[in-house]
Design a protein around this ligand. Structure first.
Ligand code: SFD
Ligand code: AMP
Length: 638
């Protein structure tokens, strides 16, 4: 397979949506409405098939952001305070507020489209915790995608609007503005050029940047879906957009090896987690939270601090840590002990709920339970901190610095957009929007908030197009250069592949898997991965930067044997970009604010005086130069 075998396909559109996950489905749903009114064209491009693409592929067992605003359960201010607290004071409160005021309507739409949300005897949603509602969510993504597709069909035949199995590689830039994207089909020999008046980058977060706990036989098993490889971050960084909170990775504590969720156990079943000695780290180590006041002292204790206390126990040799499923089930069932029939029924119900929690969203964990003869009502299960991921929509915060809503965005932030146009969720690059895992500093949006935020970005992007309604003029030479670059790994394999008897071993090139292992090893050992116990320091970071610089040089020698490997090549180039951005942010922030996510051993304390701020960065691709800066946090008056 060689580059000359490829056809170039050019698609002209008004709005381009890159990605097909939760936020893209929201963006498509909303944009279709406004596009129809204004006679505009919308094009959606997903690396996979929208029905099951992205983080919600397997389904979910809870919707983690539901405010219950109309019911009077919570106010928007409550949610803003919750996120502020969980992220140790660092969040874009205007964005969090904006998502919170729209999220309930997304959840109501999901229900209307057929998602079963658990209800109690009074018809109220059953809550897992204050903000989380329980669902029978195996088909969650399928029905959200169906609604997006139905909306898109209003604009014309779907096969002229939705392009599946196209991997977006690079932004198309014209005069400092985003003019679309380029990529290739992972099934056919086609190079795609999408020219657009506005583009929304909604290609999720990243996994496998750090060496995972599961290697060899378990490679690919991770909490975060293996097919999201940092494309949103790469796209926005390469376009020159300002990024924020790239240091705020996410480490979820999960059932060990199968990555089953813990939320339902901690919140719904009220389970305890105990160490090998039967001690509860959340109780025994409570005093350590003083150091993280005020965040460590309020409720709920931030996710990273809950992690931190667990990690301290493990470092002290007190692991394994166990989720006390048997105790939690027994405690709930105890209320029925005087009535043997009711007791038996309750036990069966709890057993069902325990299994369904995994079957709805992490099937592998249910298989692991079955394969290791675990019955949750009989014995506890091990939990552990997973490897680091980039998922700005969950309890991490990495992503692009975006424009907020006109009515609540602080003037200090608005200034930045006044020069290029105030459009909700536009990055600092004209014509380029993002949301979900692509937008930073607005954590705790989860599946529902990502959908709502996609809707916000979709509407913002259409407004931009209405004000800038001219097709971009893209130079043919620029397209040729991008095509040559993107297909080069095929040419390299074609040229040298035959000189070795093993396609993976060759003095002239490197295959993407080997390249990925190199990236993961340096990130793991020097940037605070699992084997470094999530700790790092300046010397380690300097070392990693040196290794990363050489890896980047070697990326020119990446070779691909087929389309699948070509995708693997570009996934790993994307990972390298988010890795460097993360490393530079961790290096810049000289404190330890989120110790359960990463710990700067040379700056072991949280420093409210100097570092209660955002860290933002801009990459100048032409000059290969990173600029870092501190940005003040402006709290909403809540
Ligand atoms: O609790 C390209 N999330 C949960 N949210 C909840 O509301 N409840 C839960 O129960 C959740 N749990 C959970 C969650 C996430 C994960 C990974 C697990 C468990 C295991 C969070 C949500 O899933 C998350 O917030 C949203 O999905 C984020 O939405 P978005 O749109 O930012 O990302 P996506 O849905 O993953 O979609 C990404 C899309 O991009 C495509 N793509 N397309 C073209 N070119 C490329 N180069 C591309 N690269 C990627 C993908 O195919 C996909 O369509 S809990 O257990 O934590
Ligand atoms: P998880 O299954 O860990 O993704 O958690 C689902 C939701 O519950 C997320 O909103 C978490 O922040 C929240 N959560 C999980 N465990 C706890 C806990 N121990 N205390 C408070 N909130 C939690």
């Amino acid at each position: 397979m060689k580059p000359s075998d490829f056809q170039t396909v050019v698609v002209d559109t008004d709005l381009l949506i890159c990605g097909g996950g939760m936020s893209a489905c929201g963006a498509a749903f909303e944009a279709a409405y406004w596009a129809k009114k204004n006679n505009l064209k919308v094009t959606v491009v997903d690396k996979a098939a929208m029905d099951r693409s992205g983080a919600v592929a397997m389904g979910l067992s809870a919707i983690n952001e539901y405010v219950g605003y109309a019911e009077g359960d919570n106010t928007l201010a409550d949610y803003v305070k919750y996120v502020r607290q969980d992220l140790m004071g660092v969040s874009r409160e205007d964005l969090v507020y904006d998502i919170a005021r729209h999220v309930d309507s997304s959840v109501h739409l999901f229900e209307k489209w057929g998602l079963p949300i658990w209800k109690d005897a009074n018809g109220k949603y059953v809550h897992e915790g204050r903000w989380q509602v329980m669902i029978n969510g195996e088909s969650y993504k399928v029905l959200v995608a169906e609604a997006a597709k139905n909306a898109l069909k209003e604009l014309g035949p779907l096969d002229e609007i939705l392009y599946e199995r196209i991997f977006i590689v690079d932004p198309l830039m014209v005069d400092g503005k985003c003019a679309g994207a380029v990529g290739f089909s992972v099934r056919e020999n086609k190079f795609y050029v999408f020219k657009a008046k506005a583009t929304i980058a909604l290609m999720g977060g990243a996994v496998h940047v750090f060496r995972p706990r599961s290697v060899g036989e378990g490679l690919g098993r991770a909490w975060y879906p293996p097919w999201n490889s940092g494309s949103s971050a790469y796209f926005t960084i390469m376009a020159g957009a300002e990024m924020t909170c790239q240091e705020v990775r996410f480490i979820p504590v999960r059932f060990k090896d199968g990555y089953g969720p813990v939320g339902a156990w901690f919140l719904l079943f009220k389970s305890r987690a105990t160490n090998a000695m039967g001690q509860e780290y959340m109780v025994e180590r409570k005093g350590e939270l003083q150091e993280y006041a005020p965040y460590g002292l309020a409720k709920p204790i931030p996710a990273n601090l809950r992690n931190w206390l667990l990690l301290e126990d493990v470092a002290a040799g007190k692991g394994p840590i166990y989720m006390r499923t048997e105790e939690a089930i027994a405690n709930i069932a105890a209320a029925y002990k005087d009535d043997p029939k009711a007791f038996k029924k309750k036990m069966k119900e709890l057993e069902n709920e325990a299994w369904e929690d995994f079957l709805d969203m992490t099937i592998a964990q249910a298989l692991l339970w079955a394969g290791s003869n675990i019955q949750p009502e009989e014995k506890p299960s091990e939990i552990a901190a997973a490897e680091p991921y980039f998922i700005g929509s969950h309890s991490g915060a990495s992503g692009a610095w975006v424009c907020g809503p006109e009515d609540v965005m602080p003037a200090e932030y608005k200034k930045q957009w006044e020069a290029i146009g105030v459009y909700n969720h536009m990055t600092t690059i004209p014509g380029l929007f993002t949301a979900g895992d692509g937008a930073g500093a607005s954590s705790h949006k989860f599946s529902s908030g990502s959908h709502a935020e996609g809707r916000i970005a979709g509407k913002g992007a259409i407004a931009y197009i209405m004000d800038h309604n001219t097709a971009p003029k893209v130079d043919d030479a620029q397209i040729k250069a991008l095509r040559d670059k993107i297909l080069a790994p095929l040419a390299l394999f074609e040229q040298f592949g035959a000189i070795s008897s093993d396609p993976d071993i060759n003095p002239n090139f490197m295959k993407p898997k080997m390249y990925m292992f190199r990236l993961q090893k340096m990130m793991d050992e020097y940037v605070g991965g699992v084997t470094a116990n999530f700790s790092t320091n300046k010397s380690s970071l300097d070392c990693a930067l040196g290794l990363l610089t050489m890896l980047k040089e070697d990326s020119a020698k990446l070779a691909a044997q087929d389309l699948h490997e070509l995708m693997r090549v570009w996934e790993n180039v994307h990972r390298t970009c988010i890795a460097e951005s993360h490393l530079r942010h961790v290096m810049f922030r000289e404190e330890s604010r989120w110790p359960g996510y990463y710990f700067r051993a040379d700056f072991p304390k949280m420093d409210e005086v100097n570092w209660k701020c955002f860290v933002n960065s801009v990459y100048d691709a032409k000059a290969n130069k990173w600029t870092m800066k501190k940005v003040p946090i402006v709290n909403l008056p809540v």
